[in-house]
Design a protein around this ligand. Structure first.
Ligand code: DGL
Length: 265
């Protein structure tokens, strides 16, 4: 099979956070092309009403899958997948969807103090899916859900090279740090794909060191396990591209995409 015959992998997010997952996918899929889709029309998803967001995501995939035939879709967005993942699979039974959900299970397995925090959008914090994960895997832990209104936007600005207000970031993450007697939070789950872009800043601003759990590599491994490796492939030749639902990404966004090796034509 030649490079030309291999279908691309579609990676979806509300914005540019899914690039944190794309970079891990690329390591494991040297032979595949990627189509990165950012729903900048809908961004940010964090405060959308659930019914409206679900309908929006399903309508968007109806359009996307009418134009593209990917091998599979990676929903690199916790806010979308925890809400619409099951519906996407039901409405598009011939397409496979790999999702991103808060890494509560691995956090519960790793914590030593038993105090785990989940940093996410307000939508992800509200989701029944998130509460079910806690019930299923972390009842032995004390899980603090921290819904951030502003971090996804801040991460977008930061990664585009705009300034960032460190005090504002400190305020957004402060709820993650809990102490109880001589125990304190030792793991913070990064449950929004935008947040790993800010991880170094989080480390600097944290009142004490914690493990910031980024599930991107695990998502990439899961995706790899679903797609057979091709023998004799040629490494992809820089044909990855990004689609913005507005059709009008600004200059700094286009430059960022180029930096990630994604064309925006
Ligand atoms: N990157 C998205 C996530 O993983 C959310 C960003 C947003 O739209 O607020 O949840």
């Amino acid at each position: 099979m030649t490079m030309r015959d291999l279908k691309p992998i579609l990676v979806f997010d509300s914005g540019i956070g899914g690039l944190t997952v794309l970079r891990e996918l690329r390591v494991l899929f040297p032979e595949r092309q990627f189509i990165y889709v950012a729903d900048d029309v809908g961004f940010p998803y964090g405060n959308w009403e659930e019914g409206a967001l679900k309908a929006h995501v399903l309508a968007l995939f109806t359009r996307l899958l009418a134009h593209h035939t990917p091998e599979l879709c990676v929903i690199a967005c916790n806010t979308a997948f925890t809400l619409a993942g099951a519906d996407l699979r039901a409405v598009f039974p011939h397409m496979r969807f790999v999702g991103t959900v808060p890494a509560i299970k691995p956090a519960a397995e790793r914590t030593r103090s038993g105090l785990v925090s989940v940093l996410a959008t307000p939508g992800t914090v509200r989701r029944a899916y998130t509460h079910d994960l806690i019930q299923s895997f972390a009842t032995q832990c004390n899980v603090t859900l921290v819904g951030s209104q502003n971090l996804a936007r801040m991460a977008e600005a930061y990664i585009r090279g705009e300034g960032i207000d460190e005090d504002a970031v400190r305020d957004e993450i402060s709820g993650c740090f809990v102490s109880d007697g001589n125990k304190r939070t030792d793991i913070v789950v990064l449950a929004c794909t935008h947040y790993p872009f800010l991880a170094n800043l989080f480390r600097k601003l944290a009142p004490w060191p914690v493990d910031w759990l980024d599930p991107a590599e695990a998502i990439a491994r899961r995706t790899r396990s679903l797609v057979e490796a091709e023998d004799g492939f040629e490494p992809r030749m820089g044909n990855d591209r990004a689609i913005f639902t507005s059709g009008a990404a600004d200059f700094s966004t286009r430059r960022l995409m180029q930096g990630f090796g994604l064309s925006t034509e």
